[in-house]
Design a protein around this ligand. Sequence first.
Ligand code: HEC
Length: 112
Amino acid sequence: MPTLGLNHYTTLVERWTLPMKFPLCVLVMLCLMTSARAALPGDGADGKRLHDAHCLQCHDTGVYTRKGPRVRSLDELKHQLQDCSHMAKAPFSPAQMQNVVRYLNDHFYHFP
Ligand code: HEC
């Protein structure tokens, strides 16, 4: 049988590539998940700079991680920030606001 050699070869290849497909799948899923998280717009480094300059007079970062946080979603975080930046008399532009949201979410809240 002349085809025996070839068949043998393809089974070998299948045996080798099949287990390889699973980790590859996981890897692709991980990439998708991390890129979805990074989808929040804004510049976190600039957000931290703004935050550290304007937001630490009344509370430290402990309020973001305290038990039973007031803020429980991205929307609530944006609202709270509006109230607080008003109190802080920090007239942030919408882009700067987004940067602070990004910083707080990346470092403390981790909302999807
Ligand atoms: C004038 C004082 C003051 C300043 C300045 C201030 N905050 Fe606040 N912030 C508060 C108070 C008071 C609370 C807590 C309200 C409560 O206990 O329910 C709070 C709570 C928060 C929370 C909610 C914490 C939680 O429980 O999840 C966030 C987020 C927040 N501040 C962000 C900021 C940011 C960002 C800035 C800078 C733009 C800022 N704050 C500046 C007074 C201030």
